[in-house]
Design a protein around this ligand. Structure first.
Ligand code: SF4
Length: 168
């Protein structure tokens, strides 16, 4: 294979939305995958370089979130590394992560994480919102806590971190 073509293919595979990711989404969502990609591109197209790849400087946590996901990726699942890049990149969005990814509903994100990163999914026993959960994991890795309360149930940010109301 000519070197230039090999470079192009390697670039395509490491892009934020590579062909393998399209394939994964088609397998999971059928024709709905087209709408997912379209919604995602609408939100993030301005951040994608001509090579299909670039992470804005303001997304400082990209490498950390990516590493967290890759550390828990199930290598037997096709496209898990591509899903990790896509999710890590999309964490810079302003809305709920499932919305920024263009997914139809939050449970679809949970199911995707369960399949691609099962050990990480199992850690989210409280069903914390996923982006919050990732950042809480990063804090734990760094030995930090940005939490405002020692207990989630008593915390003023509970509704920011969790979808369900606090336990009674
Ligand atoms: S609810 Fe409060 S204590 Fe619990 S993870 Fe969120 S910020 Fe931290």
């Amino acid at each position: 294979m000519p070197a230039a073509l090999a470079r192009t293919r390697a670039g395509a595979e490491s892009a934020i939305f590579p062909p393998v990711l399209s394939r994964v989404l088609r397998q999971r969502f059928g024709r709905g995958a087209i709408a997912i990609e379209a919604r995602w591109r609408l939100r993030f197209a301005m951040h994608i370089g001509p090579d299909g790849w670039s992470v804005p400087e303001r997304h400082e946590e990209y490498q950390d979130v990516l590493q967290l996901l890759l550390d828990h990726a199930d290598a037997r699942v096709e496209g898990s590394a591509a899903v990790a890049r896509w999710i890590a990149f999309s964490c810079m969005g302003e809305d709920h992560l499932w919305e920024d990814l263009g997914l139809p509903e939050r449970p679809a994100l949970g199911a995707l994480i369960a399949d691609c990163f099962p050990a990480l999914h199992a850690l989210n026993v409280g069903n914390m919102r996923w982006k919050r959960f990732f950042y809480k994991q990063l804090c734990a890795r760094a030995g930090l806590s940005l939490c405002r309360s020692p207990s989630c149930a008593d915390c003023s940010e509970y509704r920011v971190c969790f979808e369900a109301p606090p336990p009674l």
